[in-house]
Design a protein around this ligand. Structure first.
Ligand code: THU
Length: 134
């Protein structure tokens, strides 16, 4: 793995420490790297009304857009968890990433034991998106 990707994974593990996950006890961290070098983090934040929970990667990418950045500003994202198995993003996050992340942006997954680099095009084939609605 490249040094940039390794550094981003480390940052995602630091972000994971901020997870609020009293129900699942499953902690997720995300770190998004912009082309200008800025890094934006997110963690999963749960809620007693389970459906109101927001995943780490969605928090990171929504924060990115909230700060005024857009798809073209994004270089890559690392998503990490403390799970037993290497996990990919959930279905809702794949849908969100498919609209807000560049198709070829590296998505680096890690659980500390295994690491994989993929992209949203691989994770979500035959995407439903803006082209279908507008
Ligand atoms: N979670 C994420 O943060 N990202 C994913 O892509 C999968 C699931 C969180 C949501 C919930 O807080 C916990 O992991 C268990 O589902």
């Amino acid at each position: 793995m490249s040094q940039n990707n390794e550094q981003l994974v480390k940052k995602a593990f630091i972000a994971m420490e901020n997870a609020y996950a009293p129900y699942s006890n499953y902690h997720v961290g995300a770190a998004l790297r912009l082309k200008n070098g800025v890094e934006i983090i997110g963690a999963n934040i749960e809620n007693a009304s389970f459906g109101a929970t927001c995943c780490a990667e969605r928090n990171a990418i929504f924060q990115t857009y909230s700060q005024g950045y857009r798809k073209d500003d994004i270089e890559s994202i690392a998503i990490v968890s403390d799970g037993k198995y290497l996990a990919g993003p959930c279905g809702i996050c794949r849908q969100v990433l498919s609209e807000l992340l560049p198709q070829d942006a590296p998505i680096i997954l890690s659980n500390g034991k295994e690491t994989m680099v993929t992209n949203i095009n691989e994770l979500l084939p035959l995407q439903f998106g803006i082209k279908d609605v507008l």
